[in-house]
Design a protein around this ligand. Structure first.
Ligand code: ZN
Ligand code: ZN
Length: 388
């Protein structure tokens, strides 16, 4: 009995320590640019600079360091004094308060402030700067970059869980480039430390380690969009496959929001030639009767059908750069008037609907369960998903 109890205590300690050791996220910063020279300086706290295992410098808040690409190496200089050229540098944060100011000089770009540590190498003709950032610091930065100054804590909690889920399920996306995720919308926009919206850190810490999993325990595809126009899509209406939790829901919450409706007009002759590209049987050429291209979206439909010509609405959205694929068409003489609803692909969570739900007093768990069907909020460490 005693042995069993000791074993249990050991197991609990082990699980806790695994939790404590959860890995950082490695985010490539300024990824679309080929940086060849940057200034770095602690914005708060201090840093230690390592070349390989050797400490070469202590950086206090008044120390300004230039890092430049030279012969494929990283050249370090302080106030015009060269310290040397190194294949790999580490800037190690000395405390949780340490933040680093980064100002690209070549090319000249806006400076940003980042939490935690860095690794800098010369790679593919540029400096590769990787921010090794604690997951929750990264999530807070993403929230501020993606949704800015929103003031509703329940909505921010929803976004924190969704962005964390996304980060975990895409963690190997850039492994061939030497980091986990990029800092662009390709992964999730990340412009450094969250500093402006103080509610964000509260939302992130109160949902710390939480992510959404499906029935098999896998992190979900946490798709979201700006406004669904009143009904979200089933995943297979727009994407190639059916996903159990991405089901169509009727959403009355987003009506009246900024992106609820849109309009667009297209000349009939342009529409006829567009439909021609989908006309496999030559039907349009033979079709000489008065043409009626009207279309009622009604319940969301995946296809626009004109007689035998079938066009996926997602293609129409892409080809005509429409805000959404949820639209009706009115015809008046030589013009088609598209009357559309919503903004975005329409799958998963509708952000403007979720914001309204939060404003009406719904809890973040209720919002999540409204838009994602049959998902579970899981602790990242219980799943063993995110450890070294
Ligand atoms: Zn990316
Ligand atoms: Zn909606």
């Amino acid at each position: 009995m005693r042995m069993a109890k000791q074993g249990l205590i050991l197991l609990v300690c082990l699980l806790l320590s695994v939790g404590m050791q959860a890995r950082n996220v490695e985010v490539g910063i300024y990824t679309p640019h080929s940086l060849t020279s940057v200034l770095v300086k602690p914005a708060s706290g201090s840093y230690e600079m390592y070349a390989g295992e050797k400490k070469i410098l202590e950086l206090e808040s008044n120390v300004l360091v230039t890092l430049s690409l030279r012969n494929g190496l990283v050249a370090v200089s302080i106030g015009g004094t060269e310290l040397g050229e190194f294949p790999e540098l580490k800037l190690s944060a000395r405390s949780a308060e340490s933040t680093l100011r980064v100002k690209p000089l070549q090319p000249s770009l806006k400076e940003s402030i980042y939490d935690d540590s860095f690794e800098i190498t010369g790679a593919r003709g540029a400096l590769r700067m990787v921010n090794k950032v604690k997951l929750d610091n990264y999530i807070a930065g993403v929230l501020e970059s993606e949704i800015g100054m929103n003031r509703n804590i329940e909505f921010l909690k929803v976004q924190a869980i969704i962005c964390r889920t996304y980060a975990v399920s895409n963690i190997k996306r850039h492994s061939s480039e030497g980091y986990d995720l990029c800092d662009q919308v390709h992964c999730q926009a990340y412009k450094g430390k969250s500093r402006l919206n103080l509610l964000i850190s509260l939302a992130v810490s109160s949902t710390s380690a939480q992510l959404l999993t499906d029935r098999s325990g896998k992190p979900i595809i946490s798709a979201f969009h700006s406004n669904c126009g009143g009904q979200t899509y089933n995943s297979e209406d727009i994407w190639p496959s059916e996903v159990s939790y991405l089901r169509s829901v009727r959403d009355s919450f987003c009506a009246g929001s900024p992106h609820a409706i849109w309009r667009h007009c297209i000349p009939v002759k342009d529409w006829v030639s567009y439909l021609g590209s989908y006309d496999k049987t030559g039907l349009l050429k033979k079709d000489t009767a008065a043409r009626d291209f009207r279309f009622e979206a009604g319940k969301k439909q995946p296809f626009y059908i004109y007689k035998g010509v079938v066009v996926p609405v997602k293609d129409i959205r892409r080809d005509w750069k429409l805000r959404s694929s949820y639209f009706s068409i009115r015809q008046q003489q030589d013009t088609l008037y598209f009357e559309g609803r919503g903004y975005g692909h329409g799958i998963g969570m509708c952000q403007e609907g979720a914001m309204k739900m939060a404003a009406l007093g719904y809890k973040h768990t209720e919002i999540i369960n409204f838009y994602y069907k049959g998902v579970t909020i899981t602790d990242i460490h219980n799943q063993g998903l995110f450890k070294e």
